[in-house]
Design a binder for this molecule. Structure first.
Ligand SMILES: [Mg+2]
Length: 321
């Protein structure tokens, strides 16, 4: 039986003041999606034999999203999911997350819906909010530190020659939505939904870790860029067949290969992974899209179509000019 007495489940009573009023309101909105708020620090227990897995991720207005493209609830939901996706990428199960909201004055009246989106994400992947901080700011920043645990975390550096490359889900939605929104058009509902409400593949990531993945990464920058991160970390070359990419309805392979913020999982494994069992379990596609070779020359990622090499531009880079 797990010991509970070191892990406070209820919130600590808060003192007076407008910041604490706001925290009280957030805790009330989050309900059971938050746990043990109000002390100086949160206390967690890691399951015996498992390692603590920690990641932090920030979403900034006008860098990661435009307010006019999304509801406040969607901004909260996708910011939290983007952070949680890094736990999925390691094959870790969530233990809890802390939330930092840095708010401009004009966001004050929308903090409720923003928090509701965060609470919904927390509930969807069973990762309670266990603490955080509030601050004033020029632009909205939502920063999440996510904590999880795993008996065998999967790194991006483990891809080996001879592995098969797999990807979850269907790609292209967020890229298509962004192109539409940037051009002032309404994106197709399916594409918009993939952009506005991405889902961290937490349970899927654990399953993949338990079924022999050698390397894994989540698709935040886009398939080509993230494949390159994995290839660089692993010291190998990834060859991806564009004709095999699983595409969201209406999306083209070349666009899907560059579509960022998918939050699907890219992984490699030596043995065949049972895609049918995966799909039966999660209702999500799992597709073999390529293979891992020894690194020859400088090309870490090779894209092919109809057996021929194809060149594409890369995905999103915050620091590119
Ligand atoms: Mg990541």
């Amino acid at each position: 039986m797990r010991r509970q007495h070191h892990t406070p489940q209820r919130h600590t009573a808060l003192g007076s003041g407008s910041e604490f009023d706001m925290i009280r309101d957030l805790a009330r909105r989050w309900g059971r999606a938050a746990r043990g708020l109000g002390d100086d620090a949160a206390i967690l227990e890691t399951p015996p034999g498992q390692q603590l897995v920690v990641s932090t991720d920030t979403s900034v207005e006008e860098v990661h999203f435009r307010r006019r493209w999304l509801t406040s609830g969607e901004i909260g939901y996708r910011s939290a999911m983007a952070a949680l996706s890094d736990l999925a990428a390691m094959g870790a199960r969530p233990l809890g997350m802390t939330v930092v909201l840095a708010l401009p004055l004009e966001w004050m009246q929308d903090v409720g819906p923003l928090a509701d989106g965060i609470g919904e994400a927390a509930r969807d992947v069973a990762c309670p909010v266990i603490g955080g901080d509030l601050s004033r700011s020029e632009k909205l920043h939502c920063t999440f530190t996510v904590l999880g645990s795993s008996a065998r975390p999967v790194l991006r550096s483990g891809a080996k020659e001879g592995d098969t490359v797999y990807v979850t889900g269907h790609l292209g939605g967020p890229g298509a939505a962004l192109r539409g929104l940037s051009a002032g058009k309404d994106p197709a509902p399916l594409a918009r939904d993939r952009f506005a409400r991405p889902v961290a593949r937490i349970r899927e990531g654990s399953w993949i870790a338990e079924h022999g993945a050698n390397a894994m990464i989540d698709l935040s920058d886009g398939l080509v860029s993230d494949a390159e991160h994995m290839a660089a970390a692993s010291g190998v070359r990834l060859t991806i067949d564009l004709d095999r990419l699983p595409l969201l309805q209406g999306c083209a392979a070349r666009d899907a290969a560059r579509s960022g913020e998918e939050y699907e999982l890219l992984f490699t494994a030596a043995a065949d992974v049972d895609a049918n069992e995966f799909t039966r379990t999660f209702g999500l596609a799992l597709t073999a899209i390529g293979h891992v070779d020894a690194l020859v020359g400088e090309d870490r990622v090779v894209l092919t179509s109809h057996g021929k090499r194809v060149d594409l531009e890369k995905g999103y880079d915050h620091f590119s000019r």
